[in-house]
Ligand binder design. Sequence first.
Ligand code: DAT
Ligand code: MG
Length: 154
Amino acid sequence: MSGVERTFVMVKPDGVNRGLVGEVISRFEDRGLKLVGARFTQIDEELAHEHYGEHEGEPFFDGLVEFITSDPVMAMVWEGQDATRQVRQMMGETDPAESAPGTIRGDFGLDLGRNVIHGSDNEDPGANEREIALFFDEAELVDWERVDETWLYE
Ligand code: DAT
Ligand code: MG
């Protein structure tokens, strides 16, 4: 087992309202990723600005903050080998219209502003750790072993 890491994932308010929380969790569980933290919560304005700080000033920023704070989200931390990149691959492209069928955005979305899921950027080093720390205290994350771990990794 090499390159095991944790990544931040969030089912956005559209995914929550459309009843896709279970579907998203199932996909990551089936893949072999391990859930180590989860909180069902509604994001406030301040956290939204911190989380999406890199997009401040973009024309879509105000709408993005309004959307992400509008209803609950399912915030999670998933762990596994190369977890950040694997989650991004399973999510698809930022725009669901450009996302391959089989990906979460490609299977469940049509519109850029309602793309169901957030995952840490694997091309931004440290984004996973930064985002995990924004949403979770260390003590909320659980160290445990899946019983099938010896069959998931060589
Ligand atoms: P991703 O969520 O794939 O990491 P991102 O970080 O570039 O994408 O953007 C964050 C979110 O902002 C994205 O999930 C949807 C929204 N967004 C990005 N670009 C947008 C645009 N041009 N118009 C409307 N919403 C946009
Ligand atoms: Mg991003």
